[in-house]
Design a protein around this ligand. Structure first.
Ligand code: HEC
Ligand code: HEC
Length: 174
């Protein structure tokens, strides 16, 4: 819970900083508009939504040791626990995990996942234990153990964080 509260406070500080910054950019921007196409391009990238930034940070931070896992296969509670305990990560620890990344990644993960399906059920720490993983795979009957290592068998785009594209067998299956 502490992450949520501090997250809100930090969101506020960050939004305020961004707002002030936008005002100052806007001011010089109107002056430079006719002369500087580079400035125009920069101001467009700076107005990207925060969850986009969070997504990029998620992929770069969380795919160093394994594939980037799609947020929707696990409940929000799992992501919260994982982000709050970067030093107790399945027997290892997540390096260089700074506070700002934590907050921005949390923004992305909480908007891209749902709350645990059965209230008070134990939080799943493995994809295999997750109800959402099963719900996302109505056609598939898994015979082998499900881990982050097996996604590639049917999802050739996992390295690019693409879980839409399927191998031809699945793509064309009824
Ligand atoms: C330093 C390496 C490292 C980094 C960086 C890392 N992880 Fe992990 N992660 C692991 C290891 C090791 C496991 C256990 C894998 C296993 O049991 O096969 C794991 C497992 C997982 C699992 C369970 C996968 C499954 O098969 O069910 C999730 C979810 C997960 N990590 C999320 C994250 C998130 C979120 C981040 C970024 C904040 C992250 N990881 C960054 C090393 C890392
Ligand atoms: C045996 C093949 C197979 C394996 C292994 C597999 N998937 Fe899938 N996945 C599918 C199929 C097929 C679909 C489309 C839904 C359906 O037909 O059941 C799908 C759909 C999905 C979707 C929804 C994609 C969308 O349309 O937005 C996600 C997310 C996903 N899989 C994640 C994973 C992850 C993460 C893993 C590894 C832990 C994994 N899958 C392992 C076959 C597989």
């Amino acid at each position: 819970m502490s992450l949520l509260k501090r997250g809100n406070f930090l969101s506020f500080v960050i939004s305020l900083a961004i707002a002030l910054w936008c005002v100052s950019i806007g001011w010089s921007f109107t002056q430079a508009l006719e002369t500087s196409p580079i400035l125009l391009a920069q101001s467009q990238t700076s107005s990207r939504p925060r969850t986009e930034v969070g997504k990029e940070l998620y992929v770069s931070t969380c795919s160093g040791c394994h594939i980037p896992i799609p947020p929707e296969v696990l409940p929000t509670e799992t992501w919260q626990e994982l982000l709050e305990k970067p030093n107790k990560h399945y027997g290892t620890s997540i390096p260089n995990f700074i506070r700002l990344s934590q907050v921005l990644i949390w923004d992305y993960l909480k908007t891209s996942s749902r709350s645990i399906l059965i209230k008070d059920a134990p939080i799943p720490f493995y994809i295999e234990q997750s109800q959402y993983f099963k719900i996302l795979h109505p056609r598939v009957e898994f015979t082998e153990p499900i881990t982050h290592k097996s996604c590639l068998i049917c999802h050739p785009g996992v390295k690019e964080f693409d879980y839409r594209t399927l191998t031809p067998e699945w793509q064309d299956a009824p």
